[in-house]
Design a protein around this ligand. Structure first.
Ligand code: SF4
Length: 381
């Protein structure tokens, strides 16, 4: 039994209609629930009825729930792109095997240089990112990479190709704490249209990855859909189901959700159904109300203005000063970036705004009470 089997119980084609049919009364019922919210409640919270009449109430409730569970701490993380090599053909990604450009896999020496540069920015919560290439970026590579990175990371996350349960268990012994594996879209037809070649075309294998992570005892699993790929109503309801399933099946596993919206990238892909700033704000509030324990992450894909506005609503993890290019912290401008960073403010600029809003930027492992990094940040950061 896995989430793949759980999904078979639902008709995704009816999800848009379920959201559209929610009335103001349904929204009020969802907002006044004291226990666990049902799928219908979540559908009400992301509906047009909720956006028109209840967004303010939702924002207040989301803020209160977040303060009660997470206080005013926001976990700061930084992605470290290990490679831009990828054998998959995802229609929306600059690293797709379709695109011709100079490919690279960082050497251990280059990775160490990146870690040093990230440490100078103050970061100890690192996210390793790589395209999928079993031959160059498979387990033999990760077995060498983690011991190099771990001394620089009090919390170590990965966002790479889906792996086997035994591989995750082994990486855990090397210091791996968390893994994100975004489903991109939960709709099988759209998934097939967007993933035209490579291992990622196997939707079931990807869908069952969070199960393998739960079985391997990884501390935290990141879920999400790439907003704009398909009808967000379908993907958000399926994501809510996935959260519920993980909570009940792997109750020891912490969960995080990210809200990536498609950004301009090599290949010129255009979103299928764009998600506006107002809609994304509503989705953030709705997810916080749906599950007050979730870590909610927002990356530099989003604009400075938008990130500052949604931070108080429920965001618990944030990146700043990011590069989506392999080697981009030590030697910027050598290789193609995966997508264009939208908020390009420095770490210090972002932290200054957070502090003005009354938030504490946490550069160390947020599960400890140690809030600020002991590593000095350079003036240039
Ligand atoms: S989204 Fe990931 S798997 Fe797909 S082409 Fe880009 S790097 Fe490769």
């Amino acid at each position: 039994m896995s989430f793949y089997h759980e999904m078979q119980r639902y008709d995704l084609e009816g999800f848009s209609q379920l959201v559209e049919s929610r009335t103001p009364r349904d929204v009020e019922r969802a907002l006044s629930r004291t226990g666990t919210l049902e799928l219908e409640d979540f559908a009400a919270l992301i509906s047009e009825s909720a956006r028109r009449q209840y967004l303010k109430v939702m924002a207040q409730q989301a803020m209160q729930l977040t303060r009660r569970r997470f206080g005013r701490c926001v976990n700061m993380y930084l992605p470290l792109y290990l490679s831009n090599l990828c054998t998959n053909k995802c229609a929306y990604c600059g690293f797709s095997a379709f695109n011709k450009f100079k490919r690279v896999v960082l050497s251990l020496e280059e990775i160490k240089e990146e870690c040093e540069a990230m440490r100078r920015l103050g970061y100890e919560n690192l996210l390793l990112v790589a395209g999928e290439s079993e031959r160059r970026c498979g387990m033999p590579y990760y077995r060498q990479v983690l011991p190099v990175v771990k001394p620089y990371a009090s919390y170590l996350q990965m966002e790479v190709q889906p792996l086997e349960t035994a591989d995750y268990a082994e990486l855990k012994t090397l210091g791996l704490d968390a893994v994100s594996v975004y489903q991109e879209t939960y709709h099988p037809g759209r998934y097939a249209q967007m993933h035209l070649g490579g291992r990622k075309a196997d939707m079931r294998y990807r869908l069952e990855t969070p199960d393998r992570l739960g079985q391997a005892g990884i501390d935290k699993v990141g879920l999400g859909a790439l907003l704009g790929l398909y009808d967000w109503r379908v993907d958000l309801l399926a994501l809510a189901l996935h959260i519920r399933y993980m909570r009940s099946t792997y109750w020891r596993t912490n969960l995080s959700v990210s809200f990536p919206r498609i950004r301009p990238a090599e290949g010129g892909f255009q979103p299928y159904l764009p998600v506006s700033d107002g809609k994304l704000t509503q989705l953030i509030c709705a997810l916080r109300i749906f599950d007050p324990e979730l870590d909610l992450t927002i990356s530099t894909r989003e604009s400075a203005h938008f990130r500052d506005a949604v931070l108080p609503l429920g965001i618990t993890a944030l990146s700043a000063g990011s590069s989506t290019e392999p080697g981009g912290y030590a030697h910027r401008g050598q290789y193609l970036e995966q997508w264009t960073v939208n908020d390009d403010r420095s770490v210090d600029e972002v932290v200054a705004v957070m502090e003005k809003q009354g938030f504490e930027a946490v550069f160390h492992n947020a599960s400890t009470t140690y809030f600020k990094s002991t590593a000095p940040r350079t003036a240039a950061s």
